[in-house]
Design a protein around this ligand. Structure first.
Ligand SMILES: Nc1nc2c(ncn2[C@H]2C[C@H](O)[C@@H](COP(=O)(O)OP(=O)(O)OP(=O)(O)O)O2)c(=O)[nH]1
Length: 194
């Protein structure tokens, strides 16, 4: 059984659906402090570093165990966005995203005894349609606070799908993990039947 270094409901739901046995442990990592050190680093690299930091924090407490860390972030017009801290911030994010192309980077890292045995990041490209202020308001009436835990201020499996004109990339990457590549790595590690 692997250890999931995450409190993400979305990551847990993906592993549950995929039949991956895990126990979840929160990673005590100051993501903000790490991100402040990574200004100017490409988003696809930032999520790998954060996923590794989360896996490392939990691996230190779970000797011998295979630990999975994950991270996602959204990049629009070169600016990266974390989960919105308030409804007002969520509305501001959506106004900024309107009409733009969004890159959603998701990374996963497998680690054992502090050594990364597998690292992978994938990016989905989402074209956001032009969002009117009245749409944003009615959208948040229904999706806040559910989307307070979602980078990009959306749940693709719920009303979030109304934000986009096109989406390129894996659905799982959007949900928060490069799941297909991760399942291959878990088979290689003997955690899943080949
Ligand atoms: N249900 C759902 N969640 C999404 C979607 N897009 C992004 N997310 C979630 C997945 C992650 O939980 C969250 C990204 O934030 P983080 O990577 O910082 O993870 P989080 O803080 O949730 O948990 P963790 O740091 O792993 O304990 O956004 C979506 O379309 N649907």
């Amino acid at each position: 059984m692997i250890v999931l270094a995450s409190q993400s409901a979305s990551r847990k739901a993906m592993l549950d659906a995929a039949g991956v046995a895990y126990e979840a442990l929160a990673a005590d990592v100051d993501e903000g402090a790490i991100k402040r050190e990574l200004i100017g680093i490409p988003g696809g690299e930032v999520v790998l570093i954060l996923a590794e930091a989360k896996a490392l924090a939990v691996s230190a407490m779970m000797p011998g165990r295979l630990v999975l860390g994950g991270d996602s972030l959204v990049e629009v017009c070169g600016r990266s966005f974390d989960k919105p801290a308030s409804r007002e911030e969520a509305a501001a994010h959506l106004r900024f995203f309107s009409g733009q192309t969004m890159l959603l980077h998701s990374a996963a890292v497998l680690m054992r005894d502090g050594m990364a045995v597998w690292r992978h990041t994938e990016t989905a490209t989402l074209k956001v349609r032009r969002l009117s202020d009245s749409f944003i308001d009615s959208y948040l009436d229904r999706e806040w606070p559910a989307v307070s835990g979602c980078v990009g201020v959306f749940r693709i499996e719920a009303l979030g799908v109304q934000l986009f004109e096109t989406i390129e990339g894996s659905h799982f990457t959007v949900l928060g993990m490069p799941l297909l590549a991760l399942l291959g790595a878990l088979r290689a590690q003997g955690e899943l039947a080949a």
